[in-house]
Write a protein that binds this ligand. Sequence first.
Ligand code: RP5
Length: 163
Amino acid sequence: MSALVGVIMGSKSDWPTMKNAVNILKKLGVSHEVKVISAHRTPDLMFNYASSALERGLKVIIAGAGGAAHLPGMVAAKTIVPVLGVPIQSCALSGQDSLLSIAQMPSGIPVGTLAIGESGAKNAGILAAQIIANYDDTIKTKILTFRTQQTQEILDHPNPSIK
Ligand code: RP5
């Protein structure tokens, strides 16, 4: 099955964060592909990936980047496939640089910006699945089950001192 979601990141060093997006896509049964594509180090690859995304059938692109995090915005500039940006928690500024780089897009080229780090990556995966669930009933059912289990887990274990 061809990928519906493209998960890209600026460096291999982003993988410990971005694997959280991939893990939830796997759990929700969403077909996906994973690649390192750097806005700075492989700009031509980024250009080609973004400009071919729509015709290749991608429905959502999740792009993680840290520091001067141009990847999500530059990819969004070359495609109308919705781009979800994940700010990587950088060492120097704890990811605030990444967050602001991704969130502060000039008008006309939107990037849906998630939280810094692992929560943002996981939520990007869930959000991508929810977008696809608009037309895919199998994925919709899996998301509803995930939500129910997440709620039930808390209801079943209300006392945090007991495992
Ligand atoms: C960005 O620069 C990447 O997204 C990464 O978060 C950051 C640092 O990359 P490395 O120097 O670890 O490859 O492009």
